[in-house]
Design a binder for this molecule. Structure first.
Ligand SMILES: Cc1cc2nc3c(=O)[nH]c(=O)nc-3n(C[C@H](O)[C@H](O)[C@H](O)COP(=O)(O)OP(=O)(O)OC[C@H]3O[C@@H](n4cnc5c(N)ncnc54)[C@H](O)[C@@H]3O)c2cc1C
Length: 460
């Protein structure tokens, strides 16, 4: 016998789960949500928010340096890591409290602790109580994984722990080539650490446009980050307070911390999904349809646990669409095409749409417009950096199908460019738009010269 009955039980109070619970409750559903750690989930507690605050901190070192060329005399700045992490922790706690208050205000019942599925309608809570739900939403997110077992793996930290280090590592080795490892490499470098990034692939940021990958790699290298591609960390040995890290080519590096950010896996462990007939997709996430419904009719899943596009706004949109569909009488599929995204590296990356390689695979004719230039701010500061921009255009329809930017404000620019790409703006629309001067973004509406044009040769 169940102890309680609800219309909707949400497992996981992260970006997707909280949004779904709030909206469903707003529509009048009786909603209960379980959270085993802290309300807010990855984004608020150990992801986007605390990371962006560290990014702001790390970029100030450049600002101090750049100020001199603009006439400022800045005494040698000093940095205090414990102050930063304490301030970040305070902000995270404030946001967690705000999320909790919102759930309470909307009459969503929050239960702290792990929830597990007993059958398709029954959830068992950490205290053993059972809840019967008409519908269950799994929004359990994802978790860092460390790859194959290597000697000394227990010494490696993940991004989860990086926010809570007692002191800033003087030297850090980061393994991984995705956006999280690249961002942390830049954060630590900006704060003064000596950073080595190790990635087994040929270049960082797999899946991004090749020009962007190359540009970022050379900018990061110029900023003093050592990037080693084509190799992996093979062993970690503790030597007193430091670590000796052996790579797959036998070279060794000594560092104070080793961080692995090689990927995240959907949080499906211990959920008894198979027993209930909930199918997993090939990529390991819960398989769902466009309405986030799993292979069991009353069980849905949103966010990273479905391993579709693992970003906060996507999880939120999926959670919202789920609640609109089930409780708002508005069936809403989620469109995962042309999701704009950013990497908060130095320089920042903003991308939306197809890469050049993808466009060449899918389209008959592709026009590429590229530009690389020195930002105006660098003229007086003397900073050795360049901005890179690229438009990928369907040569048949003139539609802009991809925008790729590396440079300051790339994330802000791509948010707005995302609208243009979603609206199927053409290169002619870009050209007809008046420039805002003097900005970096004006280049996007003033690039006239095609860098290269590809046409598919008809097969004989
Ligand atoms: C370091 C880092 C930086 C990131 N930066 C960005 C960024 O800049 N921009 C961006 O868009 N995305 C970013 N992301 C990704 C983003 O955080 C996730 O895509 C997003 O949080 C996914 O939301 P979710 O609701 O699917 O899962 P989560 O937010 O992970 O929430 C899942 C929740 O479920 C809880 N849970 C799990 N199992 C159970 C259970 N059985 N019972 C009860 N509770 C359970 C977990 O404790 C967690 O709180 C970042 C991620 C990381 C790790």
């Amino acid at each position: 016998m169940a102890d309680q009955q609800v219309d909707l039980f949400v497992i996981g109070a992260g970006s997707g789960g909280v949004r779904a619970a709030r909206v469903a409750s707003h529509y009048g559903a009786r909603v209960m949500i379980a959270e085993e750690y802290r309300v807010g989930g990855t984004c608020v507690i150990r992801g986007c928010v605390p990371k962006k605050l560290l990014v702001y901190a790390s970029r100030l070192s450049d600002e101090f340096e750049d100020a001199e060329g603009y006439g400022w005399n800045v005494p040698e700045p000093t940095f205090h890591w414990p102050t930063l992490t304490a301030n970040v922790a305070r902000e995270v706690a404030r946001l967690e409290a705000a999320y909790t208050t919102t759930l309470e205000r909307l009459k969503v019942t929050l239960v702290k602790g792990r929830a597990v599925l007993e059958d398709a309608h029954t959830i068992r809570l950490a205290d053993g109580a059972r809840v019967c739900a008409e519908t269950i939403l799994i929004a359990t997110g994802a978790w860092p994984h460390y790859g194959p077992k290597i000697p000394g793996l227990e010494h490696a930290i993940s991004s989860n722990e990086a926010f809570h280090l007692r002191e800033l590592p003087r030297r850090i080795v980061i393994q991984g080539g995705g956006y999280i490892s690249v961002e942390f490499a830049n954060i630590f470098a900006g704060l003064g650490s000596e950073v080595t990034l190790v990635y087994r692939g040929q270049n960082i940021l797999r899946g991004f446009d090749d020009d962007i990958r190359e540009h970022l790699r050379s900018e990061m290298t110029r900023r003093g980050i050592t990037i080693i591609c084509g190799h992996m960390v093979a062993a970690i040995e503790r030597r007193g307070t430091e670590f000796l890290i052996r790579l797959s080519d036998n070279r060794t590096i000594t560092a104070d911390k080793v961080m692995f950010a090689i990927g995240r896996r959907p949080n499906v462990m211990g959920m008894a999904l198979e027993r209930l007939g909930i199918e997993l997709a090939e990529h390991g996430g819960i398989a769902v349809d466009a309405y986030s419904r799993s292979s069991v009719a009353n069980i849905y899943a949103v966010g990273d646990v479905t391993n579709r596009v693992n970003l906060t706004p996507v999880a939120i949109r999926e959670g919202h669409a789920f609640a609109d569909t089930l409780y708002g009488g508005k069936p809403t599929p989620v469109d995962h095409i042309n999701v704009p995204t950013a990497v908060f590296s130095e320089p920042e990356i903003g991308v939306v749409g197809l890469t050049e390689a993808q466009a060449r695979q899918r389209l008959n004719k592709v026009d590429i417009y590229k530009t690389s230039f020195r930002p105006m701010k660098a003229t007086l500061s003397g900073r050795d950096t360049r901005i890179f921009m690229k438009l990928v255009v369907d040569g048949t329809s003139d539609q802009v199908v991809g925008c790729h930017i590396a440079g300051s404000c790339a994330a802000e620019l791509i948010q707005v460019l995302g609208i243009a790409v979603k609206m199927k703006a053409t290169k002619a629309d870009f050209d007809a738009t008046m420039a805002v001067h003097p900005t970096a973004g004006e280049e996007l509406v003033t690039i006239r010269e095609k860098t290269v044009s590809y046409g598919r040769v008809a097969a004989e």
